[in-house]
Design a protein around this ligand. Sequence first.
Ligand code: XCC
Ligand code: SF4
Length: 669
Amino acid sequence: MLCMIPLTLPSPARGEGKIRSRRMDPKKRSMDPAVQEMLRQIAEAGIETAWDRLEAQEPSCGFGQLGLCCRVCNMGPCRIDPFGEGPQRGVCGADADTIIARNFLRAVAAGASAHSDHGRGVAHTFLAMARGEAPDYGIKDRKKLLALAKEWGIKTEGREDKAVAEELGELAVAEFGKPHGTQRMANRAPPPRKAIWERLGILPRAIDQEVVEALHRTTMGVDQDYRNILRHASRCSLADGWGGSMIATELQDIMFGTPQPTRGEINLGVLKADEVNLVVHGHEPLLSEMVALASSMPELLSEAKKAGAKGITVAGICCTANELLVRHGIPVAGNFLSQEAAIATGAVDLMCVDVQCIMQGLAELVKCFHTKLVTTSEKARIEGVEHVAMEEARALEVGKAIVRKAIESFKNRRGPVHIPKDKGEAVVGFSHEAINYMLGGRFRASYRPLNDNIINGRIRGVAGVVGCTNPKMTQDLSHTTLVRELIKRDVLVVTTGCAQIACGKQGLLTPEAAELAGPGLREVCETVGIPPVLAVGSCVDNSRVLVACAEMVREGGLGEDLSDLPVAGACLEHITEKAISIGQYFVASGVLVVFAKKLFPVMPGSKVAKYLLEEIAEEVGGKWAVEDDPVKAADLICAHIEAKRDALGINRERERKLYGMEDRQKLQV
Ligand code: XCC
Ligand code: SF4
């Protein structure tokens, strides 16, 4: 039996008659058999999960869903009646579009803040490393250090690496709050793209400034033109994608290594009944790298053995997991909606969390098991949960202390554990450097072969499928259905975040998955030996996709700007404000982005919807689209890709060969 709580133990949801999970079909909640299995166990034990709490919240507030609720000042909260019968203005006179746009911009600002504050943390640790103040960190990718230094105009000849790194670290830290100038990383965008940003006045300045300005503009009585508000959403999001997130990715690569194709395993089946299981959950690799390192040290392994364990397994959840997976092949226990299921196995001895996507429900849940929960970031404590502060000056010591706590906790295991067998094999780690190398070879590493295969039509285009798993949708279903549809139609998929984990569980990240691809994509994958779905990393690693797109343009043959490329992005199970920021920076970079209609926080038919779904394309080339059905989302993406191919003039051959008139008409948007 999985849950060791006797029936008398206070369980968060018992006694209210609220637990309906016994009757809910786990298959509707998740398509992941491992999670389904755990949900059945959890239901029997009467423990609540995010799905139960969602039910308790239903019906969710319709005003909030449509972005029509405003509580930015104390004359409110105000809400606009979407049916036009009740109030159409807030007390200050704000109309529906001002309110929706303000909420949207605030979401972007919050999302950009999360990624960028992560990036700032990395930059500070990087600087401390260079100054010798964080001795457990070092430079793993010297080539990347020198390349980035050169890009940023730092002298490298005849200098110590650490001196170069110190200067780089200082410039990186300054990107967040410098009083003048714009984001350095934005120079990576093709010149026509930068020109568009300049013309619109949305070239991003210091990250902090964009976020502060976003909050200022959206206070009561400031910006009251939805277009003007949303243009700032573009600017603020660009400071995330071409700023905070990209800095996080680059500096992490220098310190921890740039991902190269490596094997990994994904799903709850990676936990081991006879080993100490330590789960790292959250987003920042700064500490989890140290925990992973500590777990392989002989002294700790022998302590684990003394405690009766065969070894120590470190597994990840959410983007911390993705960071460790793509760099070191460290196993992944699951994505966002698997975090409670992991604990319910009774096999997790310790879960250490840093920032973002940590359910507060975990604190109650662990009371039902022997699992020890530990917070590590000063920014993210949980009431009643032990805090082991991450300190960069003695990071490995902290990592070791956490592993020791896991070993201690292993000794408290009560009875048998229940670990589902499911796990997917995966080949991961497709940084843009790795894509370069895989496709171009060591001596002529370039995007030429990718571009050529797009031009000759074997690959129709590239789609990014990214983001969360939301209990309002069946876990993993939309992501993986979309991915399967896309590869079937010869669209190469790149993936990050919880979508990446979803794909990994189902074996879509293996070269063998090429069997599921259309003939063109399959041929390319088999020739090069890559999966049809390339695992790129965590959510800040969406910046890698921006860089890859910029490289595709630079390589030539696919237009002059990002908006010319036959590419698109999608996130059909989004939860967080971070996802909105990511979506907006792809749109502002010239890309079509598809989100689920029922999760998009904008009232259909509003002026804001018209702007984001249509008019914005005239300004930045990219736009949003909304679609709940993943197959129809694939239709949308493919139609967009074919339209871009038509515009590039690379469709002629293929049209004659493979597309009848009827097919072509279907593809036209
Ligand atoms: Fe969180 Fe990054 Fe979303 Fe997953 S995908 S639920 S943000 S862990 Ni980033
Ligand atoms: Fe209401 Fe205007 Fe205040 Fe918003 S800003 S709460 S709409 S009065």
